[in-house]
Design a binder for this molecule. Sequence first.
Ligand SMILES: [Zn+2]
Length: 438
Amino acid sequence: MTTTNDNTNQTYLIRGADIVGAGRHDMVLQDGVITQLGQVDAPSGAVVVDADGLVALPGLVDLHTHLREPGREDAETVATGSAAAAAGGFTALLAMANTNPVTDTAEAAEHVYDLGQRAGLVDVHPVGAVTKGLAGEELAELGLMHRSRAAVRVFSDDGKCVHDARLMRRALEYVRAFDGVISQHSQDPRLADGQACCHEGELSGRLGLPGWPVVAEEVIVARDVMLARHTGSRVHVAHVSTAGSVEVIRWAKAQGIKVTAEVTPHHLMLTTDLLADYDPTFKVNPPLRPDKHVRALRTALVDGTIDAVATDHAPHARHDKEHAFAEAAFGMLGLEQALQVVNTVSRVDDGLDWAAVADRTSAAPARIAGLGDQGRPLQVGEPGNITLFDPDARAVVDAAASHSLSRNNPWHGHTLRGQVVATFLRSRATVLDGKVIS
Ligand SMILES: [Zn+2]
């Protein structure tokens, strides 16, 4: 797909949006930045976007996206994943390293970065592998990836845990020099091996599925925060799924340990009960958990123990997902519905206000990933990275309508609250009237 986005120099007047942090104003976007805020007259030639009733948020930043290119372009490409991201209100994403080949060299990182630039819909920042080939045996070229054009700052073997404590320690020490961060997939492989596909509990016993106990996550989170304390480095806990992990992270933050954490939309809303019909759409790693964990995750997102919402968008081709539950691939889509899910569950149930939503979906992830021009407050002179969201819309999710090449959408048929109406990347519209501009 070639994107012909010819509105680079277009001026936009966003009329009457409820701007997070600023109140209800007009906003002019020009030459990449916000040039005016307040009550303004339309500059000549400006495209006027009626934003009455819409909330304006800083463009969303996803710390955890699987784009599948190179290697599995039948499931997703950088271009299609970028379109799904823009449709979901994102202006930047971090593309996980478990592609084929793995993003474990400077060249591989630059390749993904360049594909993102070419697609032009969101800033695509490659995540570098921590270990060569994700094999867990030898550190990858962390320094070279950082010094590459892709300027990699986030490293992860996601899909696998950096399980060797000595390697994890060395990785943490290595990235400290450039304020990098190790994003850990916390799964002790002895307590939850590759077969473990369902929360270990009453239901896994009844369904006869190999269980994934919460402690397999919690012991790694506990170990890693101690390694972060020892090294003075930053560790990031990917896709937190248990109440015990939340407790450990809360404790670690109170000690001043440099730990951050993310939660996925699906772990905020869906529970393990959905597995009763063995529908592989709901097979994900870490697995969906019982309600008490879901509630702990929502509380932690509100109180800031969990810093960010990250999608773990994991597209899979039909033939990889349509198997008996135990054999199906792990993962579900997440980019297009992330903000809707946050608006549906956390705002309604827990009173997450818009400033907190902006922090958890944009400012905090940008800060964790070291993206200076993303997650910025919506003020004059700041980059025009903006999402316009209708918080009261009701939308029934249709998996077939996705911009992703894959259809493993756990929200299919759900009515979610809210709808992304427009997205701007450096003042250029990537989505208008809910449609991706390509
Ligand atoms: Zn993971």
